[in-house]
Design a protein around this ligand. Sequence first.
Ligand SMILES: NC(=O)c1ccc[n+]([C@@H]2O[C@H](COP(=O)([O-])OP(=O)(O)OC[C@H]3O[C@@H](n4cnc5c(N)ncnc54)[C@H](O)[C@@H]3O)[C@@H](O)[C@H]2O)c1
Length: 354
Amino acid sequence: MNEGTAVVLLEAALRAFAERVLEAAGVPHEKVPVVADPLVAANLRGIDSHGVQLLPHYVDQLAAGDVDPRADGRILAESGGCLLYDGQHGLGAVTSTTCCAHAVRLALEHGVALVVAREATHFGAAGYWAEKISAAGLIGIAMCDASPTVPPWQGREGRLGTNPISMAVPKPGGRGWLLDMATTTAAYGRLEKVALEGRTVIPEGWAMDRQGRPTTDLATALQGFLMPLGGYKGSGLVMMVEILCGALGGGAMATEIRGIRQHGRLSRVNHAFLGIDVGRFLPLEEFYARMDWLVAEVKATPPAAGYDEVLVAGDPEWRAEQERRRTGIPIPPGPWQALVRMAERLGVPLTTQA
Ligand SMILES: NC(=O)c1ccc[n+]([C@@H]2O[C@H](COP(=O)([O-])OP(=O)(O)OC[C@H]3O[C@@H](n4cnc5c(N)ncnc54)[C@H](O)[C@@H]3O)[C@@H](O)[C@H]2O)c1
């Protein structure tokens, strides 16, 4: 396989590759699928910035000792529907899997549950975790804080993270409404993806230079900052997430957090998971019918000039997933080269099922 070309991998091949890499990087055997699945799920859904493209960062973090692959985490406090968890700097997906299970358990018991994890590490796409909770028939909300790459509105120094928010609504036998978004206009991984694809221009509104001036030049953006979504309102949302994750969790906050690209120091990220038991409010069938009506009403909006349909959150990802399950997951040359180099370092064979 030529490392300079793009490849298209079927889901099974990509999963097998990710699992081999994680195992070689020292992740205990039973935890390997737990970490690989959110990455492959992100690629399937077209969220490539949070797919296997993250593996080189995860591997470097493990090598630097920033993540403890053996840590399971522990409950610090539990009362009513509230639970505080110590991730013990373990793998983010492992902490999140446990915390989502607690959120489901407590929401079924109490109607609403909030689980906050401190001393945690990167969990990938937030929507994967909201959906873990919605898969149990609950409304699931997941968020996390991230390293300080975002200036507050009117600032020109990174003090807060791209702090994503996600919410998943259950839908029997189908893909429900799933909002999964950074609270910046774009997630940082999107800049990285543009760079790896060899492009130099980014859309307006994504980033600013070091003086706080808007830029569409990728190199300037990479030296500068991501923009809070929608100006000061996004700045407020970023803070809201930091309050529910960092302030409430009692762990690190804002500038005390380290990113997955900064090695040699613990990340100290915080996660928050919320479960809402729909059945406490309405009979489930009635709620599902109301959701169908709401989504249909929104999608029946006449499309604006230049568009041929109106979508709701989750539509682009579910469509990508349907397509990519069939045709495979394309990995552009840049990200593929990064994966090839990482695999060579670890002595992991590349998949042959391209
Ligand atoms: N772990 C972390 O530290 C971290 C930090 C930031 C972001 N992230 C992740 O990055 C990923 C990408 O975030 P993003 O903000 O770039 O996502 P995005 O802008 O691609 O999508 C955001 C949301 O908008 C919806 N959407 C997209 N097009 C739409 C349309 N035409 N009509 C209606 N809805 C539409 C999508 O379904 C999605 O729910 C997310 O998975 C997020 O969780 C993770």
